[in-house]
Design a protein around this ligand. Sequence first.
Ligand code: XIL
Length: 319
Amino acid sequence: KAGLLYYGAATDSPGQRERANLQSTYPQYDAILSDPLEFGQTTPTNGMKWLFTEPLPNVFNFTEGDIVADLAASQQKLLRCHALVWHNQLAPWVESTVWTPPTLRAAITRHITAVATHYKGRCRAWDVVNEALDEDGSYRPSLFYTVLGEDYIKLAFNLTAQIDPAAKLYYNDYGIERPASVKTAGAKRIVKMLKDAGIKIDGVGMQAHLHADVHPTAQDHVDTMQSYLALGVDEVAFTELDVRITEPVNETKLEWQAEAYTNVATACARVKGCVGITLWDFYDPFSWIPVTFPGEGAGLLWFDDFKKHPAHDAVVETF
Ligand code: XIL
């Protein structure tokens, strides 16, 4: 439908499960993940982040990221790579260093060069900059912004474009799914800023960490996507979709959830330029939601007992 290239699910490297005190093997999970009728794309939820890829200055480790990149290759899934510059899950040394503009530019350059070179040719898309915006749509006062201003965004996109010219380069954020949101306006400012500077940006990634109670309509999604595409990016994607529910879960809330998922799928299928949808994992026990939003959960498409949410079939029927 329209420009839809993939429907996928992010996954973590299995070692992370043990660290989260879960079992290490889940044959039923692996069977769903590897089923080509379910998912044609994946993203590592953690392994390519700075914390894992450059845990110490100039010491690179691709073990975790490679697990998911290799899985994508062996299962013929498209790979979205995530994320080169983000204020969260930074290595502790990055947070504790006292930076000047030249030293931080050099550190970002070294990091992106190593990571994007390692994965060169394997990433259909890179989330080059993740979550640069604050809730009010202004720049988030991250260490990157505090030291370099918006130049860090230009630096990151410029460099990644040089290193992996075939990868689609994305600005990725949450809360940028509604047409009238101040963060959507912020994301458009970033796209425009890069375009005006002649720097390559190919796409806007809407994370879409949604809530079952109040979620965007399909038309909201369509309008938002059109507004990004109107700025001259080639594509948009839903990059981290989940729809959380306030506990306790009941049938009504699961219906709202199915509607929220369906709205995303319907809108993406309707807009040429919407290349795909990625769930942020697919099995509730592996979701980041209960950890980050206590009292909320059941945001994905498979329950703890591997039964499917009503939203699962609602989404599949949309395609
Ligand atoms: C989350 C992971 O899923 C968790 O395992 C981790 O502990 C924290 O990060 N926005 C993003 C993702 O861009 O990288 C985040 O992933 C979820 C919010």
